[in-house]
Design a protein around this ligand. Sequence first.
Ligand code: E4P
Length: 215
Amino acid sequence: MKLFLDTANLAEIETVASWGILDGVTTNPTLLSKEGKVNPEKHLKAICKQVVGPVSMEVISTDTKGMVEEGKKFAKWAENIVVKVPMTGEGLKAVTELKKFGISTNVTLIFSANQALLAAKAGARYVSPFIGRLDENGEDGLMLISELVQIFDNYAFETEILVASVRHPRQVTEVARMGADIATLPFAVFEKLLHHPMTDLGLEKFLKDWKSTQK
Ligand code: E4P
């Protein structure tokens, strides 16, 4: 499973990229707003330089024409830009249109299997089901991923399942077991994947025992 970082923070991206396991980045307007007043073009270009894989940047327009214009503009910023569009009828039309120009899209704010099916049929490169928000709404985010993996396995879609709105490491294990293509994680969750208290205790003991062998 590929692992993306869900952030617009350059320091976080640098840290995870330095571990050598970063496959891509997803941003959204909320994540960008956490960086304060930034120039979106400059900021995204800086992110794209730090990352070898795809970097999602979300459109603000809600009509197809505006989304396509924004998407074409983003695509000029860097080769690895993926245009994020919302899961609406206008968004689906933008996906089809942008595909004609060879521009990859990520359909965001997906909360049902049928929405993902429509986005895949429209030709999206990625679909982003939001599992944490579903759980918080009293629904079952993991169940949605298991349905999507099954549905996408039944057909020859090129679309990848990009699990989004991840809240904790157990969800990462579960979606990997299910065979999701990608999970995008906030930095805090990414860091938690690294650690286990028994690793720390084990290392402490190894180092202590090594010291006792020295004269
Ligand atoms: C995905 O691309 C989104 O940026 C993200 O995962 C949203 O998740 P949230 O529920 O943490 O805002």
